[in-house]
Design a binder for this molecule. Structure first.
Ligand SMILES: Cc1cc2nc3c(=O)[nH]c(=O)nc-3n(C[C@H](O)[C@H](O)[C@H](O)COP(=O)(O)OP(=O)(O)OC[C@H]3O[C@@H](n4cnc5c(N)ncnc54)[C@H](O)[C@@H]3O)c2cc1C
Length: 458
């Protein structure tokens, strides 16, 4: 066994406090040292702690503050930008066991939850009340509320419902100074000073650890209409999404797959667009006809009703496994997948797609396409062989080139996956030095010793 000696404090104190919820067995630690991205950790965990209460998190952060031990918080580690990877030896705090629903209040439109609950589990419970939590990342079956808050996650219903920053009303947060802040409200409107909730959402565990969240919830849409449309080229697909938005139809989802990805999930080998709109009961057929009148691709499937519209979207949920299969066919188990994340104004989507395809061709790298498209967010994906230095260089050049395309078109280097370790340089390209100075000043107030998820964002 390798006891954590960080800051001169032995594992004994952590074991005394957490018992068997502190683990430092090396074979177990490796399970907590990676995330879904290809970013490599530069250190391994000294131990993993599984708190079960706010009081325990408070104790742990105060201990870390005293001993100057870095803390890396983790939900399900599905991050894609190096948000959770360890940059120096420290303690992993896993929120797996803080996964309770504290309160559901449909009348006041909120649910209070602990951070470790998975988004899908939350929605299973909320469905009993006829309400739901709309943020729906592709990883919804694994992703936790705390991880989604800290990443500012979005997802498949982003075209209609936005991202986490639009759905968090209040938070309990333990800052890097070991203070418990109760911020925000349980009401839909709330103007109690500076909006610290918005600051913590998307802060990737660098300002504080979320111990409880008050989430806004919404009534389930009454009904919906949806179509699956095939295209022979991507520009027409993207232009159709812009046409639908320009016609003031606000899609519930607008998601797409490239030809190879479509074939992989059992569809025709063409570009597939999944377009769904929520409507009141009785208005499904009108909306369906409206959609069919707006788009120029070949309508292959139709759905009327909410459940069948969500069923129509199911093949899109298999995108990640399709991309892994495509990569493995070329590279076996040696492939590393890079799922990129940029955003541009919706009207600039056709131009962004053109430049993105040119970039991949210029760099001679594989390009797998699919994901969101309705809110200007794109996830171009590529891969290279583990250990292939030239492949890695080209992949990095792709990430940088995409960032430049996004910023050049008035967008951002990340829509929802965050900055982590992967996009720190790109953030410097996007933001003015003065803005970064203000961010650093905020970081030093929340975390003066830099113990919370060091080496991320700034
Ligand atoms: C197949 C696949 C599809 C995906 N699709 C989407 C998508 O559609 N949209 C999208 O936005 N993202 C997507 N992601 C990225 C990722 O799944 C989401 O960001 C997700 O919300 C992360 O949740 P998690 O529980 O895995 O968090 P983790 O990866 O464990 O952590 C995320 C960040 O939050 C911090 N953190 C975790 N818990 C806490 C806490 N309690 N307090 C403070 N900080 C904390 C971590 O330190 C880290 O910085 C996808 C990932 C994969 C692998």
């Amino acid at each position: 066994m390798r006891p954590p000696e960080a800051g001169g404090i032995s594992a004994r104190e952590l074991r005394k406090k957490f018992g068997d919820r502190f683990i430092d067995d090396p074979s177990f630690l490796s399970l907590y040292s990676r995330e879904a991205s290809f970013e490599e950790p530069s250190a391994g965990p000294l131990g993993v702690v599984f708190p079960t209460s706010e009081e325990e998190v408070l104790w742990l952060v105060r201990w870390a503050y005293e001993t100057e031990t870095p803390i890396f918080s983790q939900g399900s580690a599905t991050s894609l930008s190096g948000n959770t990877v360890m940059t120096k030896p420290g303690i992993v705090v896993s929120f797996e066991r803080m996964n309770k629903i504290v309160e559901v209040n449909p009348t006041d439109s909120y649910a209070a939850v602990q951070p470790g609950i998975r988004l899908e589990e939350l929605n299973v419970e909320l469905s009993r009340y006829g309400v739901f939590f709309p943020v729906d990342p592709g990883s919804v079956r694994s992703a936790t509320v705390g991880g989604a808050i800290a990443n500012g996650a979005g997802g498949m219903r982003g075209a209609k419902y936005g991202a986490m920053r639009d759905w968090v009303l209040g938070l309990d947060v333990v800052t890097g100074r070991g203070d418990l802040l109760k911020i925000g409200c349980r009401t839909l409107k709330c103007r109690n000073g500076y909006d610290l909730v918005r600051l913590v959402v998307g802060s990737e565990g660098t300002l504080g650890l979320v111990t409880e969240a008050v989430l806004r919830i919404a009534p389930m849409p009454e009904s919906a209409a949806a179509v699956l449309i095939y295209y022979d080229d991507l520009p027409t697909l993207v232009e159709d999404v812009v046409r639908v938005r320009a016609a003031r139809v606000w899609p519930l989802f607008a998601e797409f797959l490239g030809p190879a990805e479509s074939r992989e999930v059992g569809l025709e080998e063409r570009y597939s667009l999944f377009l769904g709109v929520d409507v009141n009961r009785g208005a499904e057929r009108d909306m369906l006809n409206r959609l069919k009148g707006l788009v120029r691709g070949a309508v292959a499937r139709e759905a009327l009703g909410l459940d069948s519209s969500m069923d129509l979207l199911e093949p899109r949920r298999k995108l990640f496994s399709a991309q892994v299969a495509l990569m493995q066919r070329r590279l076996g188990s040696e492939g590393l997948l890079i799922i990129e994340d940029i955003v541009v104004p919706v009207s600039k989507l056709p131009e962004a797609v053109r430049r993105m395809v040119d970039l991949a061709e210029r760099l001679e790298i594989p390009l797998s396409l699919g994901g969101h498209v309705g809110d200007g967010n794109l996830h171009p994906t590529t891969w290279f062989r583990r250990g292939d230095a030239e492949g890695a260089r080209r992949a990095r050049a792709f990430i940088e080139g995409l960032g430049k395309i996004a910023v050049g078109l008035g967008g951002s280097v990340s829509a929802e996956h965050g900055i982590g370790t992967l996009k720190r340089d790109l953030l410097r390209m996007e933001l003015a030095p003065t803005v970064l100075e203000y961010m650093k000043a905020l970081k030093s107030i929340f975390d003066p010793k830099g113990i919370l998820n060091p080496g991320k964002i700034l």
